[in-house]
Design a protein around this ligand. Structure first.
Ligand SMILES: [Zn+2]
Ligand SMILES: [Zn+2]
Length: 305
């Protein structure tokens, strides 16, 4: 066991699971009812070894519970725990960002309907403390007692995946920019106001070749733009598309702080004006807080533009 002051914090634990493309895909499949090995394999182009490793990780981290449903031969299924079900706002924020910003063929992403008001809707990130919509520009971040970059970087040593196994999936851009631990950390740093290459390098301790590649991908997908200052320094700034990623960051961190809380306190806190931001997703049609049970996925429509 590492000493408490250097153990991974909630951000590292959260990104260790969610900053992984396959884990995100498995959670999405689980939310639509998949529980068994064969069903996950039918839905995702994943190898048996990768699938077994991800199911074990999701169970170890408390998102799935493994239940044996047949003794001879032993067969188990994987059910979402409350912690696993609690990822629905993150998946909803991902769907929304993809729908608004990613380059999808028309009608590829299914619409969502809010059962409470009967409307097709988009989620809106709202601060639950004051009830006002919260955009990236309305909030400031500060490290909490368990914060700091050294504790916020997920352990990548044991579970590297190869580029060859990249999938298209339903959320290709999110997977490309977020379904990778290093990318997720770089995005987190950008949202904390880190701008310069040298700062990313010194603060995050990411190997230079990986850092360059991750920044290049974030620029390529249009979340960041590069400015060169008069002194010739490269600075990375969020684009509008990048700022629109904030609900994914906010819901991810809020979920992580809830389920991987440490006794010393949170890793990061977000201020909204003079009070803490408590992220919540509301329906943009009726402005009521969304609940998982009231979100219906509609059949993919081909009239959608
Ligand atoms: Zn507020
Ligand atoms: Zn509504």
């Amino acid at each position: 066991m590492p000493p408490p002051e250097s153990s991974p914090n909630a951000i590292a634990r959260g990104l260790g699971v969610l900053g992984d493309e396959w884990c995100l895909q498995l959670l999405r499949a689980a939310h639509s009812g998949a529980t068994r090995f064969g069903r996950f394999q039918e839905e995702l182009p994943i190898s048996a070894a990768s699938l077994a490793a991800r199911l074990a990780l999701l169970a170890d981290e408390g998102l799935f519970i493994r239940r044996v449903y047949q003794q001879n031969p032993i067969r188990a299924e994987y059910l979402l725990t409350p912690q696993g079900r609690g990822t629905w706002p993150i998946l909803l924020a991902i769907w929304d960002w993809e729908d608004r910003w990613a380059d999808h063929p028309a009608g590829e992403l299914p619409d969502r309907r809010h059962a409470e008001c009967g409307q097709s809707f988009h989620p809106e990130l709202v601060c639950a403390t004051c009830g006002v919509a919260a955009g990236r520009r309305d909030v400031t971040a500060a490290w909490g007692p368990t914060g700091g970059w050294d504790r916020s970087i997920p352990d990548t040593a044991t579970r590297r995946r190869t580029r060859a196994s990249r999938t298209a999936g339903e959320f290709p851009e999110t997977m490309a920019v977020f379904g990778n631990r290093w990318s997720a950390v770089v995005i987190g740093a950008v949202f904390q106001g880190i701008r310069r290459y040298s700062e990313f390098e010194s603060l995050l301790g990411i190997p230079s070749n990986i850092l360059s590649e991750r920044l290049r991908i974030l620029v390529e997908y249009g979340l960041l733009r590069v400015d060169v200052t008069e002194q010739g320094r490269r600075e990375y700034h969020l684009t509008e598309k990048g700022r629109a990623f904030f609900p994914i960051v906010a819901t991810t961190l809020s979920w992580a702080e809830r389920w991987f809380a440490l006794p010393e306190g949170p890793a990061i806190s977000w201020q909204h004006g003079d009070h803490p931001l408590v992220p919540r997703l509301d329906c943009d049609q009726c402005h009521r807080p969304l609940q998982a049970a009231q979100i219906e996925v509609l059949e993919t429509s081909d009239q959608k533009v």
